[in-house]
Write a protein that binds this ligand. Structure first.
Ligand code: XMP
Ligand code: MG
Length: 180
């Protein structure tokens, strides 16, 4: 897999450091509150577990799966709810854990959906923010790294469902897309 990577943007230790920083920010923000932490499948799983593992605070976990990319590097523009949470979030503080905010469509869809269900607050923690990709307004409260306008893989992020298990975040070689 390493041979398919053009350059590494964030190493395993860069990511570890960012996760620890975010865990502290989240703990100090919520204090004694017990948020429902919602991981967005599948990209956010590594990130979510690494951020929350050492936070030493009460929280509940749930997961949602939404889809908008359909296995390409371009957003289709249509966001679908694939798997829903089972937690009743009415009156709850919700923290969404995302892998990357690019066009912002997925995040806007999630925030709108959870707001409609009566969450008392919704905050967003994203590993990566790609502000140059934004098409709709959507902002995050806790951000790991700001990334340039390149398609990135690793540490949860995929290209055609592969590369999620890379321990770092990198940019794929262009021939990987063109050969497919
Ligand atoms: P939007 O465009 O809705 O994107 O903000 C959010 C979702 O799209 C996927 N995405 C990416 N996945 N490398 C990836 O592996 C990328 O550079 C990338 N940009 C967007 C991702 O699933 C994210 O949750
Ligand atoms: Mg995603």
């Amino acid at each position: 897999m390493d041979n398919d990577i053009l350059k590494v943007l964030y190493s395993k230790s860069d990511i570890q450091e960012a996760c620890q920083r975010l865990g502290k920010e989240i703990k100090s923000y919520y204090g004694d509150k017990v948020p429902v932490v919602i991981g967005v499948l599948k990209g956010a799983i590594f990130f979510m577990t690494d951020v929350i593992r050492d936070t030493d605070m009460y929280m509940e976990l749930d997961f949602m799966d939404v889809s908008s990319y359909h296995g390409t590097t371009q957003s289709s523009g249509v966001v679908e709810l694939v798997t829903d949470i089972s937690t009743d979030i009415s009156g709850r503080d919700v923290l969404i854990m995302e892998d990357i905010v690019d066009t912002g469509r997925t995040l806007k869809f999630l925030i709108d959906t959870l707001n409609d269900r009566g969450a008392s607050s919704i905050k967003v923690c994203t590993l990566l923010d790609k502000p140059s990709g934004r098409v709709v307004e959507a902002s995050s409260d806790f951000i790991g790294f700001e990334v340039p306008n390149e398609f990135v893989v690793g540490y949860g992020l995929d290209y055609e469902e592969k590369y999620r298990n890379l321990p770092y975040i990198g940019v794929l070689k262009p021939e990987i897309y063109t050969n497919n």
